[in-house]
Design a binder for this molecule. Structure first.
Ligand code: SF4
Length: 389
């Protein structure tokens, strides 16, 4: 173990390395922590100015994956997800190498969903070609908005023209499934500009749209700027109206809200994200990545060292810490996550009181033995989470 690693407080379960009882992994997440610039609102494990570490980082990822492959049980992967950070920043040869490595070392299911998160500024012909050749069949494009004022508050360095160009390029080159991320409740973003953003996103013809309510996370530049009064608060009524507008506009364009923040055309729901919401085992590789394993009673979660340099020196033994979830906690989490999705889940035993309370509050309803969130429950999912956890 590297000297950089913090002390382990996590006692590994006896069958942690693929023994009896644990479900095999069918979902793989790879974290690429590099960004051209750190956006003011971002509290992800993402770093600017470290591009020169990329080749060593890809080497370290490969070491971790070989190590994981030897210790855990993997079945043909149904989903692979490159998240970040900005995975599209990897130069085409590095991306091609990593994609080829995964195909050489893991079996992929016939219709596996392989997603890569891309920033419009780094979506170019050479990269799109490498992604498609390497098996990427779903692009998640971090557009965030089309309105220059909102993009300036978010400190995004991309603009509407770049987003439109990147989307068109990926589509023309044959990317079959493209998702767009948008952010609302941004200071200075009026209802008119949000409606315009939704309209422009829809007119591109995406298969999936995620809309996130801007949150001011402690430790971010945006949080500090708001605290100093340099950025105004967004009125709560306007936030709700903007969410409502997303429901109306995306619904009218044929998208179904299948999760709190996610809209899809039929058949284009994110299979990888559904693995999280359904508490399926997901192996997370890369700096700060989280893994989740379960034997259907208890569950285990662990995470890697976060800083890219420390991750590189630690690989292949990259784990920083972890926790064991007792059965009730594991079920509570599964319930909280299941109720993020419009289809909900089969009502688990032992939560009758909490579920009755949520039903009385109009946040969930019972449909054919399942508990499903109402529209109000999707909008106020944090209240469901509070009650369940
Ligand atoms: S590009 Fe994404 S991950 Fe990178 S700093 Fe901006 S918001 Fe964070």
């Amino acid at each position: 173990m590297s000297a950089h690693l913090p002390l382990r407080r996590f006692a590994p379960p006896p069958h942690e390395w693929g023994g009896e009882g644990l479900l095999p992994f069918r979902h793989l997440y790879l974290h690429i922590p590099f960004c051209r610039h750190k956006c003011g609102y971002c509290d992800f494990n993402a770093y600017a100015g470290m591009d020169r570490l990329m080749p060593d980082y890809v080497d370290a990822l490969e070491r971790e994956l070989v190590f994981a492959r030897e210790r855990h049980s993997f079945q043909p992967l149904e989903t692979v997800y490159f998240g970040g950070g900005t995975p599209s920043l990897l130069p085409a040869p590095e991306a091609a190498r990593l994609l080829a490595f995964i195909r050489a070392n893991f079996d992929l299911a016939a219709e596996a969903e392989v997603t890569l998160e891309a920033n419009p500024a780094s979506t170019d012909e050479a990269r799109v070609e490498a992604w498609l050749e390497g098996g990427v069949n779903r692009l998640s494009l971090g557009v965030q908005g089309f309105d220059p004022k909102a993009l300036a508050v978010l400190e995004r360095k991309t603009d509407a023209a770049q987003a439109t160009r990147a989307f068109g390029l990926a589509r023309r080159m044959g990317m079959p499934n493209i998702s767009i991320d948008l952010i609302y409740a941004v200071p200075y973003q009026s209802m008119a500009t949000w409606l315009d953003t939704l309209g422009r996103a829809i007119s591109l013809g995406p298969d999936h749209v995620s809309t996130y309510c801007l949150s001011f996370e402690e430790g971010t530049l945006l949080h500090r700027r708001r605290a100093e009064g340099r950025v105004p608060e967004v009125e709560t009524d306007l936030q709700w109206d903007q969410l409502d507008a997303a429901c109306v506009e995306l619904g009218a364009a044929g998208f179904r809200r299948y999760e709190v923040s996610s809209w899809a055309r039929p058949g284009f729901e994110s299979r990888h994200n559904q693995a999280y919401w359904r508490c399926r085992p997901v192996y997370g590789a890369g700096a700060g990545a989280h893994s989740y394993a379960t034997d259907m009673a208890k569950a285990w979660r662990w995470w890697n060292v976060a800083r890219p340099r420390e991750y590189i020196s630690a690989a292949p033994a990259t784990r920083a810490d972890g926790e064991e979830l007792e059965p009730r906690k594991a079920i509570a989490e599964a319930l909280m996550l299941g109720l993020r999705t419009a289809d909900g889940m089969v009502a688990p035993a032992g939560f009758d009181g909490e579920l009755a309370e949520l039903q009385d509050a109009g946040l969930i309803e019972r449909v054919d033995g399942r508990v499903v969130p109402t529209r109000r429950g999707l909008d106020l999912h944090n209240q469901i989470a509070l009650a369940v956890l």
